[in-house]
Structures are given as C-alpha cells and as structure tokens.
Design a protein around this ligand. Structure first.
Ligand code: PLP
Length: 433
C-alpha cells in the first residue's frame, strides 16, 4: 500500500506494509516458509551487500512475511522501523542490552511484567548491567533522582502489571531527554489502538504480540519499534557510533540515523542471540492484527460493564481499574484521561473478600473464564498473580507491583457480556457454599 501515512488506524491494521503486486497479487500476506533465499548471481549478492538492492538472505536476519508484520506495526505506531522477534521477553532483553551493552544502568519502575522484573533484578546484573528502581512512580522527580551518569535508558510499562498504574509518559520522556537517554515503553496492555507512546515522546516501544495484537492466544511473539527521533550520537552510546563490523566498519548512526536502534538490534542481537520469529507465527499475528481496533473497542466496553458489576458485589473488597471510581491504586484521573481517552485497557484486578479456600472455590467454579497466565486474548481470562505470574517476587516487591494475596487479575474478552457476568455470579455463590 502506498502513501500509508495518510490512512487511518483501521485501514493500516488490515493493509499496512503490504503491496500485493509484489507478491503475485496474493490477497492475504503469504507465508514465506523458507530458511534461506537464493542469491541469484554474484552481482546480485554484491548489490544486496552494498544495500543497493533490498534482498533477503536467511530468515534469522530477515524474511518477507516478518518484514510485512514489521512494516505494519511501524505504520500503526507512527515510527520509522520495527523488528519482529520470537517473544516480548526477547524484545525487552534485546532492547535493554542494545542500550546498556558494556555495563550500563537502566532506570525502571517496580510494577512490571514478572519476566521483565526478573530479567532486571536477577539476570542482567550478572552481565554487569544494573537497574536503579524508581522509588515513587507517581512522582516524576523520582525518575530524575534514579538517573546517574551511567544510565542508558528508562524502562516502563504504559499500564503497569498488575498494579494497573498509569505513568506520565510525556514528563518521563522529557526527563530522559534532558539526560540524553531514551524512554523505552512496554505498551502491551494498552496496544497502539488505545495509546501511541511516540505521541508523548517515547523513543522505543516493545510489544508482546502474544497478547492483544495477535488476540487469539495462539502465538508467542514480540516486537521492537523505534520512533526515529532519538539522537544516538551524543557520546553516551559509543557502541552505536564506533566502527561497526556488521557494516564494513562504518558508523551505524551516520548510515541509518532514523533506524539505528532496530538495525543494531537486528544485526547484532537477533543475528547473534537468534530469537527469530517463525514466518508462520508472523502470519498468525498479522491475521490477528486485522481486527485489533474492533476487538479492543468491544473488550473495553465489556470491561466497563464487568467492573461496574464487581464494584457493587458484596464479595469484592476493591476493584483496581484505572477508570474505576474506587481504587486501591489512586491513579491520577487527569493522567488516565490524557493518555487513555478510549479507555484504559481490558485488564484489571479485584480483591476477593474471603480466604484462599473461597478463592479456590471461586476459580474452580468458573465455567467460561479460562484459568491461565495470559492476557489480551479474545477469550476472558483469570489468574491469581500472587500464586502464579508474580510468585517469584519478594514480599515487599509484590506489594509495590500490586500483587496482593487476594488479588485476582482478569483480562476481558469478546464473549457475551451477560454470560460473563452470570458466570462470575454463579462462581461467587459457590465460593461461599
Ligand atoms: C506477556 C508480557 C510480556 C512477555 O511477553 P512474551 O511474548 O510472553 O515474551 C512482557 N510484558 C508484558 C507487559 C506482558 O504482558
């Protein structure tokens, strides 16, 4: 599709990044299920190597099906380039390594997906990479205080998991830029339909396409998107400007100023750590993406209805949804309205009034909700983070991330909303039998 920049979100999610004329007029994006690509002849190889001609060599470093997924998310996000990888944990790890290589520091908040929290807390320190935690994520000065001269980036989630905290992305981006460092946002819970972090100054956005982008809970995948606006030549990122052995010892930033981050993540991290997405999985994610806006819109509507039902239930101690009136995590209303005019997502937690035995009976009595550790599916899901996703956190960090013992996390899907309420209702009744 040409002149994509002028099209709306709904058009781009279906057609972005794909020109059927270049693929035998196939209506649906073809799956290029091949490990490598014929080089043609030695002259063509030379042209590909010198980047005179765009060509694919080997699926670990590029594949047409992945290329279309990358172009589509780039268009939806309003960035300059993307990189598809095998999971969001690969996207988060590669992004942080790409910034902190050689022993840098990252500033982060504690309300994070547990895999990202564990990567920062336990694994990266063994590689000489340190994390400085923000004391109070509601106070932008706290971000400023956590930055040292060795800090190479700030890492946040646009909706914290499972605290559901909304951060002031614009002000945090300004603080990062004052120190010549980028802001990296995991936007998985929000999706680009509800929030585009680049509009508020973020530099890198990562996704678990396993969640709402794919939307069917069928496929693990991750994406790294860059805004193209960050200046990598300030001197803080010498590994971006020193002679790059992957580029005939040229300077990456001079050669690709607007796509330096994803180019480097591809040529160094994807190429050498190797967490490549399969073309078939890229196809499944593209199929899911086509209906993203419609799914999320309906799920947000269902979420509001179910949150209202729970707010009035006698066995519910509290409901933690950023748009809900009573909230154990007092989100600033102005922030919620500024960043989420279409609604703050399809996930929330609620406090169960009862003991673990009641919670177990409740979970075991649900007939529609799936009891599992995923979010953003078109099926409604429930889990107790304290016992599952976040069980490895220390007691103190569980509280900071909103992982209370009686908290149940729900991700609302596309089933009939009356059926979902009836299901919760009968399970509440059985929980106190
Ligand atoms: C699921 C999730 C991840 C990890 O994604 P994978 O694709 O499973 O690696 C990271 N961050 C957030 C916010 C998530 O919800």
């Amino acid at each position: 599709m040409s002149h994509e920049i002028n099209y709306g979100f709904e058009t781009l999610q279906i057609r972005g990044g794909y020109d059927p004329k270049k693929h035998n007029y196939a209506c649906t994006v073809p799956i290029y299920q091949t490990a490598s690509f014929n080089l043609g002849d030695t002259d063509r190889l030379e042209r590909i190597k010198s980047k005179e001609e765009h060509g694919f060599l080997y699926t670990r470093s590029g594949n047409p099906t992945l290329d279309i997924l990358e172009k589509r998310i780039t268009a939806l996000e309003g960035g300059t380039a993307s990189l598809a990888v095998a999971s969001d944990m690969a996207a988060v790890a590669y992004s942080i390594l790409n910034l902190t290589e050689g022993g840098g520091e990252i500033v982060a908040v504690k309300s994070l997906y547990a895999g990202s929290y564990n990567l920062l807390t336990h694994t990266l320190p063994k590689f000489g990479i340190r994390v400085n935690w923000v004391e109070d994520h509601g106070n932008v000065e706290s971000f400023k205080r956590a930055i040292t001269e060795n800090t190479k980036g700030i890492f946040i989630e646009s909706i914290g998991n499972p605290l559901m905290n909304i951060l002031d992305i614009e002000n945090i981006a300004n603080i990062a830029h004052e120190q010549f460092i980028p802001l990296v946002v995991d936007n998985t819970f929000a999706t680009p339909y509800l929030l585009k972090p680049f509009d508020f100054g973020a530099d890198i956005v990562v996704y678990s396409s396993t969640k709402a982008l794919g939307g069917h809970g069928s496929t693990i995948g991750g994406l790294i998107v860059e805004s193209g606006k960050f200046d990598w030549s300030s001197g803080k990122f010498s590994h971006f400007t020193e002679p790059d052995y992957k580029l005939d010892n040229e300077n990456l930033v001079e050669k690709f100023p607007e796509v330096a981050f994803t180019t480097r993540a591809r040529t160094h991290y994807l190429s050498e750590f190797g967490a490549v997405l399969s073309p078939f999985d890229a196809f499944l994610i593209l199929e899911g993406l086509e209906s993203l806006s419609i799914r999320v819109e309906r799920e947000v509507r269902n979420t509001h209805i179910i949150v209202n039902y729970l707010l009035n239930h006698s066995l519910v101690e509290w409901v933690n949804y950023p748009a809900a009136p009573s909230n154990i995590n007092p989100n600033n209303r102005e922030l919620v309205e500024k960043y989420f005019p279409k609604g703050p997502g399809t996930m929330f937690t609620f406090g169960f009034k009862g003991n673990q035995n009641n919670i177990n009976k409740f979970l075991n009595s649900l007939k529609i909700f799936s009891f599992l550790v995923n979010v953003g599916d078109s099926k409604s899901l429930i889990v107790q983070p304290f016992e599952t996703t976040h069980s490895s956190l220390s007691e103190e960090d569980k509280i900071k991330a909103g992982v209370f013992e009686n908290a149940l996390r729900i991700s609302i899907g596309l089933e009939n909303v009356e059926d979902l309420i009836s299901d919760l209702d009968q399970a509440f009744k059985k929980s106190i039998d």
